[in-house]
Ligand binder design. Structure first.
Ligand code: GLA
Length: 393
């Protein structure tokens, strides 16, 4: 990781310190964490029942806390956000209206998880959240918070432990309480990520296979453009609708099994933008499968070529990239030792992901810094573990 990012134990110490300041009393007995994620390839394919290839990050959200005797809930976030109060209080008693979405916005993820928790009712509690996942940076800060909170509730009142259902419950929280009709990728990999591996997720069957990614000669560089265009909110649901429209014209449940030939035959019945969206999705699903195979063989050049194709398709056909992401990807591609680079996540800002030879890391960062018109943040990462309870010393 880049030097300045706090590790899990630092975040736990920070959250426990805040807990003591706010609530006093004994140190909280429970601590959990859940990672952010980066998607290596397979973008905007999850809600089309396709394949994705993400990995969990060493950037995490931590929740510490303790159960209380009543039904009152108090949650504090240690994350600075100048616009919003850092504390929220409500009661779990009554008709559940306390769980309706409202302000502060960060608490909606928690309320959504409480609403969709699979072993209700949960007892009252006090909790503090601390995170190293950049907010709104395209590394799934929201899924990381949802999954961390779900994991926290599991320590207070266990559910049946089914991990896929846990990911689905957290996805529901995002749908109902953040208003984002997201696919399953983010929550799935936050729950099931594994150290030293990427996950090839089949978003139709909800089964995943582990793809080893622990070659010491290889690095994954995440570059945050530090821009977030306002388009990101409205364009995501509209892309999703266009894909559903294309699938329905093709007479399919989703674009998962649609072929390019079918799409071209139906071209006259689709508007131009919808046609291009579907073209991206159909090709991207195939690229993701090829990329997973290439990674298993250690064929990094082939993998990198697929990453670049994915980026170009997101830029030209799916139209979710932006000038800043394109700049970063082009800059990375100019460096000797870089296998490939692409935008990652929903788009319109956020991050790029670059696969490169370990020895090329310094010159890659330097070159991207020089070429980028904005101020980037870099994270040198390795695939990390999914959500877990932490043992406190
Ligand atoms: C966001 C969503 C995911 C996925 C990506 C695009 O991160 O939360 O479900 O659709 O965009 O691949």
């Amino acid at each position: 990781m880049a030097g300045s990012v706090p590790g899990v134990s630092e975040l736990v110490a920070d959250a426990r310190r805040v807990f003591g300041q706010v609530f006093g009393g004994e140190a909280p007995p429970v601590a959990v964490c859940a990672p952010g994620r980066v998607n290596l390839i397979g973008e905007h394919t999850d809600y089309n029942q396709g394949f994705v290839l993400p990995m969990a990050l060493p950037l995490v959200t931590v929740v510490v806390g303790s159960q209380t005797s009543g039904q009152d809930v108090s949650i504090v976030t240690a994350t600075e956000d100048a616009d919003e109060p850092r504390r929220v209080d409500f009661s779990l008693a009554g008709d559940g209206s306390a769980l309706s979405p409202g302000l502060p916005r960060w608490a909606n993820y928690v309320k959504g998880v409480l609403q969709h928790y699979r072993a209700p009712p949960v007892p009252g509690f006090r909790a503090v959240i601390a995170s190293s996942v950049p907010l709104g940076g395209g590394l799934s800060s929201s899924a990381s918070l949802e999954v961390a909170f779900y994991t926290f509730l599991q320590q207070l009142k266990p559910d049946d432990g089914d991990k896929v259902s846990k990911a689905v419950a957290c996805q529901q929280a995002e749908h109902t309480h953040a208003g984002v009709p997201c696919g399953i990728m983010d929550q799935f990999v936050c729950v099931l990520g594994r150290e030293g591996h990427a996950l090839l997720i089949d978003c139709r069957s909800l089964q995943a296979s582990l793809v080893p990614l622990a070659d010491p000669h290889l690095l994954i560089l995440i570059t945050n453009s530090n821009v977030k265009h306002s388009l990101s909110g409205s364009e995501y649901p509209s892309r999703r609708r266009q894909c559903e429209e294309a699938a329905s014209v093709l007479g399919r449940d989703s674009l998962r099994d649609a072929t390019m030939e079918e799409l071209d035959e139906a071209r006259g019945r689709l508007d131009e933008a919808t046609y291009r969206r579907a073209r991206h999705v159909i090709a991207e699903i195939q690229r993701t499968l090829q990329a997973a195979e290439a990674l298993k063989r250690g064929a990094y050049r082939e993998f990198g070529k697929l990453m670049v194709e994915s980026h170009n398709s997101l830029r030209d056909l799916y139209e979710v990239s932006c000038r800043e992401l394109d700049e970063l990807v082009s800059a990375a591609a100019e460096v000797e030792g870089v296998f490939g680079s692409r935008m990652t996540g929903g788009g319109f800002g956020g991050c790029t992901v670059t696969l490169l030879q370990a020895h090329a890391i310094d010159r890659t960062i330097l070159h991207m810094q020089e070429r980028y018109s904005g101020t980037p943040t870099f994270y040198v990462t390795t695939p990390s573990a999914g959500a877990r309870a932490l043992t406190l010393s």
